[in-house]
Design a protein around this ligand. Sequence first.
Ligand SMILES: Cc1ncc(COP(=O)(O)O)c(C=O)c1O
Length: 355
Amino acid sequence: MNYFFKDPENIEPSNRDHIDCTMGEVVLPSGSMSFAYELEITERLVKYSSPWGDQELRQMFLTHVGACELTESNVFVTMGGKEALWFAFQLFVKPGDTVLLPIPYWPPYMHWVNLLGGKAIFYEVKGPNHTSQLLDSICNKQPDVVVLNSPHNPTGISIEKSVTVELVNLIENSATRIIVDQVYAGIDSQDYFLTSLLLMMSDWQRVCVVDSVSKRFAAAGLRVGFLISSQENISKALKFRALSSSCLPPITQCLAKHLLGNQSGLERLHQVRDFVGESRHSLVDALINAGAEVISSGTLYVWLRGTMHSIKLRENILIGEPGDRYGLPGHFRLCATGNPRLQTVLHAHRSSSES
Ligand SMILES: Cc1ncc(COP(=O)(O)O)c(C=O)c1O
């Protein structure tokens, strides 16, 4: 899975006209990180920190996602959204459990289900009405665990807010446990409504919501994520932490507080929204002009049909992530925001279509 370790600035495909668009990251065009310059390094920042994560950071995060009814004891700071998800899978998936995953799926979901001895079953994420298929699958297949990923990687599609009540009723009347991955929320819209799933459920034992600063603040390298759940689940997650990393680096948590609580962080969030929206729209335009079969798009991604997982755009070849990795061969994903060279190509495209 080498695609997790690429540095988008330094990808040098052997062919200079090839642009690697596989990395799911936001690389902002300006190098400025004003939020980082405000950090005052003190002794405290090089000591062990609380294994739950910084208390003020947890409170700021709850305010950020509009979950003020919760307390810091319901939030655990993790090494990015990925660690939070791994903890959630360990909490909820037992050997023999059926786990309802979206297809296409983010590859680690499948690896975790297999590692934990679960059995993956699927609901298709396709077109705006996919949520009804999700509801039907929960109703008819009665899975032990459901994974919701909205906005969804790789298709960019979101679950409609209007189904939240129906979803909650369905889950309340079953024994299903639910993992909500909302790391791409807040980019296309300012809504974090999936956190409200947790608030609407009577039994928080059965819900884990996962989030992170990686995508919406273009800060994936900080490795700061969040797991929200019942106090009992959070206490169990604490045991996983005690056996692995002890605590998170205070320095990155301090930077995350700047992102969540300061004006400069808010400005960065707006910058990400503008940049992502403009890059993705330009890419979709350019792809459609080039005759590509675009199926859907949203947040950082464009999801296309095609077996070669690449497409020619002017004199460049854009290389995407093959659909096989997401359980759906014959498709591929392009990231509109991870490669600075793509921005130059899109800029040229915009200029020529304006003239
Ligand atoms: C669907 C999905 N969930 C979670 C993550 C994890 O994000 P991070 O660990 O960088 O916060 C990613 C990263 O690409 C993702 O695509």
